[in-house]
Design a protein around this ligand. Structure first.
Ligand SMILES: C[S@@+](CC[C@H](N)C(=O)[O-])C[C@H]1O[C@@H](n2cnc3c(N)ncnc32)[C@H](O)[C@@H]1O
Length: 440
């Protein structure tokens, strides 16, 4: 690491410590204000910085317990990460393989050798404790090791007693990039290009139209991105429209459509032969759907404002998809800051909004119609509990028994209880989906 890299990393770490986890655009704004940092330096600074964010509790624990230093000293944090990576700890916690081996030629450039030597001298003791931490089975150790707030670990243990450890471990694993190809697109062209560029890929585990590649691949460098007849969409998210089982000629409402990823998929699944209405509380969010829909030439999607929906479409829809606003706890692999920001209070507030949205769409549903409720959360409060409450308050609805094994195949990472969760410890992010039917 050069002095220049070190100093800029120190600045960024300092900023992050001072602003807490509030500023979502911290890294982006930091680099925007520093034109002198070239792409190679940015890459290294980002890698170190995100290692710190991903393993904040573990790093703080080592700082205070072993080094007896303040946990908020950026120099200590950076040198500690540097030594951890240099001491092959990365292979054990999978911190970051790319940084492996950079240690030897680095910190000698800096005038920080005293601190470096001091930290290095303590590494055997620290690694020893790290091994003990890995062997412990209590939730506190799990929380430190994977830098996840204890209340989240405990909540997941309650909801997924047999799988919560794998789920917590997954929060610091690299996530894939999933592509969704239209049903009628010949996959060979895309597969050939991936092969020609030696890019490892795998075909979807659930959706035959999905391809998974590493999130480190720069799609812009590939020919296929010039005629982008694919969507970037997590494979778990792709399951939602499949789970809905949309049929040709059905009237389908995408009530929280945002930029319309699900509406586009529904159009594809129905051969552009359903009547799809997309709406959102914030209609500006649907603007992007116009562009995306015309890219594919779809004619079956119409965007309608919420007010019009409630006056002109009463008792109209066969199916209503609610891709509800949620905590995003299923996407912690992609957003390492998020785990420190979540609060139980916020989750409970979200559950209230989710219940409200479910009740809002009832008048829009035709007799015998169905609501498909989905979130990108893995918390029962936003998922199973919301549906249990809805069914208790609305006796005219019942759960639909979806035949998951024929629809999307079985997998160890699917969790089925009052609906279906994909869990983030294998190939996807964590999503929840369930269908309820209005009985005539
Ligand atoms: C998870 S996002 C939807 C993503 C989108 N379906 C997609 O596939 O790209 C949730 C959306 O719900 C919208 N929303 C929030 N509250 C709402 C409400 N009360 N009624 C309708 N939409 C709402 C938000 O504006 C946001 O676009």
């Amino acid at each position: 690491m050069t002095v220049f890299q070190f100093n800029n990393l120190k600045l960024l770490t300092e900023l992050s410590i001072n602003k807490g986890d509030k500023d979502k655009f911290l890294v982006q704004n930091f680099f925007q204000s520093k034109h002198s940092i070239g792409s190679k330096d940015r890459k290294l600074i980002r890698e170190y910085y995100f290692t710190y964010i991903r393993y904040k509790y573990l790093i703080n624990y080592f700082c205070t317990n072993f080094l007896k230093k303040e946990e908020n000293n950026p120099e200590v944090i950076i040198i500690l990460i540097h030594n951890l990576l240099g001491n092959a700890i990365e292979r054990r916690v999978e911190v970051n393989n790319e940084l492996e081996g950079k240690y030897n030629s680095t910190l000698e450039h800096l005038k920080l050798t005293d601190l470096d030597s001091e930290i290095r001298a303590k590494m055997p003791e620290l690694l020893n404790d790290f091994d003990k931490l890995k062997l412990s089975t209590d939730n506190e150790s799990l929380s430190i090791l994977h830098s996840t707030p204890l209340w989240i670990v405990e909540k997941l243990q309650k909801d997924y007693p047999k799988r919560y450890k794998q789920i917590v471990e997954s929060f610091n694993k690299e996530s894939n990039l999933s592509l969704r190809l239209p049903i009628n697109l010949n996959r060979d062209k895309i597969v050939n290009e991936l092969q020609a560029n030696s890019i490892p890929y795998s075909l979807g585990n659930y959706n035959p139209c999905a391809i998974q590649i590493s999130s480190k691949v720069d799609l812009n460098k590939l020919m296929m991105s010039k005629s982008p007849f694919f969507e970037i969409q997590d494979e778990g998210s792709q399951l939602i429209s499949i789970y809905l089982e949309p049929q040709e000629n059905e009237k389908i409402l995408d009530y929280c459509s945002g930029a319309g990823g699900k509406a586009l998929h529904i159009a594809d699944l129905t051969g552009d032969n359903a009547e799809i209405v997309a709406s959102d509380e914030d209609i500006i969010r649907c603007k992007e759907l116009y562009r995306r829909s015309s890219k594919f030439g779809y004619k079956s999607i119409k965007i309608v404002k919420q007010e019009q929906l409630h006056t002109n479409y009463k008792n109209f829809f066969d199916k209503v998809l609610i891709d509800a606003p949620c905590s995003g706890s299923g996407t912690l692999k992609r957003d390492p800051h998020l785990k420190y920001k979540l609060t139980l209070e916020d989750i409970n507030k979200r559950a209230e909004v989710q219940s409200q949205i479910l009740n809002e769409v009832i008048p829009l549903l035709a007799d015998g119609g169905e609501i498909c409720y989905a979130t990108c959360s893995i918390f029962y409060e936003e998922n199973q509990n919301v549906i249990t409450k809805f069914l208790a308050e609305n006796a005219e609805f019942e759960l639909v028994d979806v035949d998951v094994s024929t629809l999307i195949g079985g997998s160890e990472s699917l969790h089925i209880e009052n609906g279906l969760n994909t869990l983030p410890y294998l190939e996807t992010d964590g999503f929840y989906m369930v269908r309820v039917k209005k009985i005539i």
